[in-house]
Design a protein around this ligand. Structure first.
Ligand SMILES: Cc1cc2nc3c(=O)[nH]c(=O)nc-3n(C[C@H](O)[C@H](O)[C@H](O)COP(=O)(O)OP(=O)(O)OC[C@H]3O[C@@H](n4cnc5c(N)ncnc54)[C@H](O)[C@@H]3O)c2cc1C
Length: 291
């Protein structure tokens, strides 16, 4: 199918983008990598009167260390994150997750900010932001707001972003020598959106996990933190008995929505499989830290 008619402006400043958003409201859409938006236009799932192309805004590009956080600009592509030495060193969870996003051609064009703003519950970046306690930076007519990832992803494709705001980037805390991370997902074919996925972040104090963050994708309207499983693990070494309790706790944490490929019970089972797998992987990370 062909997209409906729309007007197009390639803006030369963030202020111009904000002004156009203010004038056109819900009739306007930001265009970043176009990997989702253009498909929805062609399928006529969305009929905006105006596309505001922000790809010329250099201030939304770049990956930089700023104090204790790694800042990633909204227009940084999935592939740039995948291949960034800064990301590999300071946010290894993102480096592990990046190759799971779609196919190379899509990773070359799709953006960090686009994925965060679109908030697909099966997308990798929102899930990683939850596991890392990241912060989303948005700019509106009144200035910049910093929104914790926990508060940003509110419902299916629904975020705390206001119609007159633009995602300008997001930050994650830099990894310390005591942190372990793991990411994996289960998809029918590589490059498909996953049936279920898991981002895991563990802070080790010797053999004990002093903090644990577990975030699932593909099992709810938003990425989901598994609080009961986290509690079962926090303050413990990951013995077989502790892992069993944590996996059992997912029954309380998750109420997965069925999708075209899997029912709720299958998704809950797959979530348990992923948790067991990644807890074992972070044990390996801990051993490497101690070596
Ligand atoms: C076949 C296929 C498979 C895919 N598989 C995956 C996958 O496995 N995992 C995954 O995570 N993604 C997947 N994607 C989506 C891809 O990652 C997109 O790149 C991403 O979701 C959107 O980024 P974009 O830059 O292309 O945004 P666009 O398509 O340009 O925009 C998407 C939406 O976000 C809004 N938006 C974009 N940037 C901003 C901003 N800075 N501020 C405010 N609003 C903004 C737009 O207005 C639009 O509503 C897939 C896409 C395709 C076509």
């Amino acid at each position: 199918m062909k997209s409906p008619h729309f007007d197009y402006v390639k803006v030369t400043s963030l202020q111009q983008a904000l002004t156009l958003l203010g004038e056109h409201g819900d009739d306007a859409r930001i265009l970043a990598g176009g990997q989702t938006l253009l498909a929805t236009l062609n399928m006529r799932l969305s009929e905006p009167a105006l596309l505001i192309d922000i790809t010329g805004l250099q201030e939304l590009r770049g990956i930089a260390l700023r104090g204790g956080v790694l800042h990633i600009g909204a227009l940084v592509t999935h592939a740039q994150i995948e291949h960034s030495a800064l990301v590999a060193e300071h946010a290894p969870l993102l480096a592990a997750a990046a190759p799971h996003i779609a196919h190379r051609a899509i990773r070359n064009a799709g953006t960090w900010g686009g994925s965060i703003a679109f908030a697909d519950p099966a997308a990798e970046w929102p899930c990683c932001l939850l596991a890392l306690d990241g912060v989303v930076l948005v700019q509106g007519p009144q200035g910049q707001r910093r929104i914790a990832a926990l508060d940003f992803f509110q419902d299916l494709y629904t975020t705390a972003l206001l119609p007159n705001e633009v995602v300008v980037g997001a930050e994650v805390p830099v990894a310390t020598a005591n942190d372990g991370y793991a990411f994996d997902e289960l998809a029918r074919r590589h490059g498909d959106y996953a049936v279920a996925g898991l981002a895991l972040s563990v802070r080790w104090n010797s053999v004990v996990a002093s903090d644990v963050r577990i975030a699932f994708l593909g099992v709810g309207n938003t990425p989901v933190r598994a609080r009961a499983a986290e509690s079962a693990l926090r303050g413990n070494a990951f013995s077989a008995a502790v892992v069993d309790v944590a996996v059992h706790a997912l029954q309380a944490d998750l109420d997965p929505l069925p999708d075209l490929t899997s029912n709720s019970a299958t998704k809950r089972h797959l979530a348990g499989v992923l948790l067991r797998r990644l807890l074992a992987a972070t044990q390996v990370t801990r051993s490497a830290i101690q070596a």
